[in-house]
Design a protein around this ligand. Sequence first.
Ligand SMILES: [Fe+2]
Ligand SMILES: [Fe+2]
Length: 154
Amino acid sequence: MSWNNFTPSEYVSIEFLDFLYEQFPLQKSIWHGPDHWIRVLENGRSLTKETGANLEVVELFALIHDCRRENENYDLEHGFRSGDFARTLNGTWFDLNKDDLEELVYACHWHSHGRTNGTPTVMTCWDSDRLDLGRVGKKPLPKYLCTDAAKARC
Ligand SMILES: [Fe+2]
Ligand SMILES: [Fe+2]
């Protein structure tokens, strides 16, 4: 596939994005599909420069966090499925140590439950996603964001 606006890095490749897309249940999704994942990726790269997050975890979160969504509307379990899925990919598509893997899994599990407290890496993951709320016609509100870096972008 050729992906608009996707810039690979040492952590995420076109092949990895292809792999995630091929197993994605909602391939036609505008709201939760690869265009969204790629915007979250760019948000994460930008925020990480200010938050001191672990860039590898943030980049992996961006591409994985919604890739197990099964419908466009109510799917409160999708974060848990994506986090559990991320765990199965370690050692093949990436190679995180135990602590970093747990942060990635935790960030995926809880990304859509309104939490605002966590490590700099977890908070950067969540804010990268929430800053893209404009796609569904919602303006991100500072009170739902975690980091000062993201709040400054509202
Ligand atoms: Fe999500
Ligand atoms: Fe998302």
